[in-house]
Design a protein around this ligand. Structure first.
Ligand code: SF4
Length: 376
């Protein structure tokens, strides 16, 4: 059976963070309930995936943990009725500190959720306030401890560098404080100021480029000291605890996104659900009516995507898998680009793989851009 990943979008948050451009916002309980029912209708009506085996599920948002535990369990139960699940499927939910309690965590565990990704971002009160987060570091510590007590043995902590006013020292302290808790996984992204967010219209005192670069290289060094390997540009894990769902995206495992604005890659087609809530609620029993931006990928697009996404991974592009998928070797298609960047020390090629070197990672966007194909 073919592997398939599922993404479930929960577009609700207690309040909007100042940097956030995700499809999410506050809502009352009645709206959340209507949405959950619509989501269940979409799952039950989905035409795809009957021949596939579900290897990962990811509840993202928004803040999925704002839903009552029973509703999340009901969504998962519907998924399990509708799809065949692998016995060891990785089932993650994102959660924000302060939105979980013992009872919710118990229900999650019993429903089959086996991984939690906490949005923490910083260990400093002033930084969290400036970001518009709803929680303190102490709230995070409490939620993290509760999750551990409830038996969760696979936890990610999301952190954010490059914040306004942030110094290298404070970033390093946040990394140490998080790593000392021994989560299985740490995601460390740098802030991007997105258009249309409150941050975009503020005069922010952002760290300069050199400090940002230092923050990036110190992240790797500090986390390596605690046993975390960098397996993707911004993701670190203890051995064997890499996020299988995200790796799936980077190696182009098919995935279906359910819920408002969720994206899918199925067969050679990409599509996105409507971002209009009224439309979603009206049409969720007819998934075909929800779909927008339907894009049928040519072989050329798939090759390019394989290179862009695969080069984000430390292990790089699996040469054998590439040849099996496209009927040609990476070298047959990309020899001049490979040779150019191997000579510059930015790429490395072994018997099994092609991957970015440390120097290559720091200029990854420029290197990846050269893997665009004029024609195929
Ligand atoms: S909690 Fe996450 S999704 Fe919600 S507003 Fe903040 S950053 Fe955005």
């Amino acid at each position: 059976m073919k592997e398939l990943e599922l993404y479930i979008h929960i577009p609700f948050c207690i309040q909007k963070c100042r940097y956030c451009d995700f499809l999410s916002g506050p809502a009352d309980d009645a709206s959340k309930y209507r949405y959950t029912k619509a989501l269940i209708r979409e799952i039950e009506s989905l035409p795809e995936g009957r021949e596939s085996i579900i290897t990962t599920v990811f509840f993202g948002g928004g803040t999925p943990s704002v839903l009552p535990g029973e509703w999340t369990a009901r969504i998962l139960e519907t998924l399990k009725k509708r799809f065949s699940f692998a016995a060891d499927a990785e089932i993650t939910t994102e959660a924000n500190p302060g939105t979980v309690d013992k009872e919710k965590l118990r229900i999650w565990r019993e429903s089959g959720i086996n991984r939690i990704s906490f949005g923490c971002q910083s260990s400093f009160h002033e930084e969290l306030q400036m970001l518009g987060r709803i929680h303190t570091w102490e709230d995070f510590l409490e939620s993290y401890a509760l999750a551990r007590e409830s038996g969760f043995d696979n936890i990610n902590i999301d952190l954010m560098s490059g914040l306004p006013g942030q110094k290298l020292k404070t970033w390093e302290t946040t990394l140490h404080r998080a790593a000392e808790l021994k989560p299985e996984h740490i995601s460390a992204y740098s802030l991007i100021v997105e258009e249309g967010t409150p941050f975009a219209s503020m005069n922010l005192d952002l760290p300069d480029e050199d400090t940002e670069r230092m923050m990036y290289s110190r992240t790797r060094e500090i986390l390596a000291g605690y046993g975390y390997g960098r397996y993707e540009i911004s993701n670190y894990a203890l051995q064997g605890r890499e996020c299988r769902h995200n790796i799936g995206y980077w190696i182009r495992t098919p995935y279906i996104g359910l819920g408002l604005g969720a994206s899918s890659l199925f067969g050679s087609t990409r599509f996105t659900n409507t971002a209009d809530m009224k439309e979603y609620l009206r049409n969720s029993a007819h998934p075909d009516r929800l779909r927008r931006n339907i894009e049928h990928l040519e072989k050329k697009d798939e090759i390019e995507e394989t290179m862009f996404l695969g080069l984000r991974l430390a292990r790089g592009i699996d040469k054998r898998r590439f040849e099996k998928t496209f009927g040609k070797t990476v070298r047959e298609i990309y020899a001049p680009v490979l040779d150019k960047y191997i000579d510059l020390g930015l790429l490395k090629e072994t018997e099994e793989a092609v991957f970015l070197t440390e120097d290559g990672i720091s200029v990854s966007n420029a290197v990846m851009a050269e893997f665009l194909l004029d024609s195929y």
